[in-house]
Design a protein around this ligand. Structure first.
Ligand SMILES: CC(C)(COP(=O)(O)OP(=O)(O)OC[C@H]1O[C@@H](n2cnc3c(N)ncnc32)[C@H](O)[C@@H]1OP(=O)(O)O)[C@@H](O)C(=O)NCCC(=O)NCCS
Length: 163
């Protein structure tokens, strides 16, 4: 497995639109086309950098992730949407891609001290993955999604810089 993150551009965007999750997972995450549209209109505000990426294994697109970050802050760094195509789930791509995303954020944003995400209350599989990676529930519900927020902060986050 050789997982890399490729910025979405005019050369690879159609591969993002071909990614599919299971029907029962559709409530858990936005589709890549929705996520790309949200980035285009700067849905969460102009202060954020929107960075949609393909998750690749070699030449194969296996998933999609979009980060939304305010580089002037310490704690406004969101993994907004992440999905692995149903054909490739359960093989370690989600965990490996999450670690790559955290490394990317730490590399690109020197002020980043906290990474946040929101996870649907019924998405036990994803929540378990986040907990295993060091994320903690904040106890707050996300103001947009209404689902629990999680964050990875301090030394638990910095561990990914070295990894
Ligand atoms: C959640 C998701 C990104 C995880 O990616 P993945 O590649 O399937 O996950 P991985 O193979 O890296 O496995 C991660 C963990 O789940 C476990 N796992 C794998 N397949 C599983 C399954 N079918 N059921 C339960 N657990 C499973 C793995 O053992 C691993 O556990 P660990 O943390 O103890 O090591 C992916 O399943 C997905 O895209 N789901 C639909 C969209 C979604 O829910 N996105 C998240 C929005 S918050």
């Amino acid at each position: 497995m050789e997982v890399t993150l490729a910025e979405i551009d005019r050369g690879n965007w159609l591969a993002a639109l071909e990614l599919r999750i299971l029907p029962e997972q559709r409530a858990f995450v936005a589709t890549p086309i929705f996520s790309l549209a949200a980035a285009l209109v700067r849905r969460w505000g102009d202060e954020y950098v929107y960075a949609p990426h393909l998750i690749c294994d070699g030449p194969t697109a296996v998933g999609f992730v979009c980060t939304v970050c305010d580089p002037l802050t310490a704690d406004e760094y969101w993994i907004d949407d992440i999905l692995i195509d149903a054909r490739y789930q359960g093989r370690g791509y989600g965990r490996t891609a999450m670690a790559e995303v955290l490394r990317l954020m730490l590399r690109e944003y020197p002020r980043c001290d906290t990474v946040k995400l929101s996870c649907h209350a019924d998405n036990a599989y994803a929540a378990r993955l986040y907990l295993h990676m060091g994320f903690k529930p904040t106890g707050q519900l996300n103001t947009a999604s209404g689902h629990p927020n999680y964050e990875l902060t301090g030394d638990a986050l910095r561990a990914y810089r070295a990894a």
